[in-house]
Design a protein around this ligand. Structure first.
Ligand SMILES: [Zn+2]
Length: 197
């Protein structure tokens, strides 16, 4: 091996050895990046700060037909027809997986009667009694839920931390086809957070 080859191989070896050292080792804090969130400008008539965040509530829009919705559309409906401060959910996940911000994340939402002061509401666009959520929606839900668990220091596997709306109120929301996937969502969040355990 001449000097040039030696240097080349040393460099490759250094890369090979160095790279794992850049990765978080077990027990070290590795932060999950915040997933991209589209933030439309929405006006709310009230702003009440949420005192605590103990769990995430998963919803579907549950319209008569399975279709996509925008945060602006739901905001208008909740404000004009329901007379709420604005959209009740903190996040909406569109059929293409885009995450949109509804109610500002630090405020009390309007999505699960009796539980709004301690929870974040995440809604997936669609009717999941009629159809299944898209793969892109599920990927975004796992990413968003894992990041929220990190930010609010929640254990996704703990009972009651990632729940369906039907676990709290008399409703079939988020539909049987999404509700049955929540166990997988909890597991996926746990795996995403593994490095900071
Ligand atoms: Zn719901």
């Amino acid at each position: 091996m001449n000097r040039r080859e030696f240097l080349k191989y040393s460099f490759v070896a250094a890369l090979g050895l160095g790279f794992p050292m850049l990765l978080p080792s077990h027990g070290q804090a590795a932060r999950l990046a915040k997933p991209p969130v589209r933030r439309p400008a929405l006006r709310f008539t009230e702003h009440e700060e949420r005192p605590a965040t103990d769990f995430l509530v998963i919803h579907h829009t549950g319209l008569r037909v399975d279709r996509d919705s925008t945060v602006e559309e739901i905001h208008q409906f909740h404000q004009k027809s329901m007379k709420w401060a604005g959209i009740g959910y903190h996040y909406l996940i569109r059929k293409d997986g885009t995450i949109e911000q509804g109610r500002p994340p630090g405020l009390v939402g309007a999505h699960a009667l009796g539980h709004n002061t301690t929870s974040v509401g995440i809604c997936l666009a669609g009717n999941f009694n009629l159809a299944k959520p898209t793969g892109a929606q599920m990927a975004s839900l796992c990413q968003l839920a894992a990041w929220l668990c990190q930010e609010y220091k929640l254990n996704p596997l703990k009972r009651g931390v990632i729940v369906g709306h039907r676990d709290l109120n008399d409703t079939d929301c988020p539909g049987k086809n999404l509700y049955s996937l929540l166990k997988g969502v909890r597991q996926s969040c746990q795996e995403a957070l593994f490095f900071r355990k």
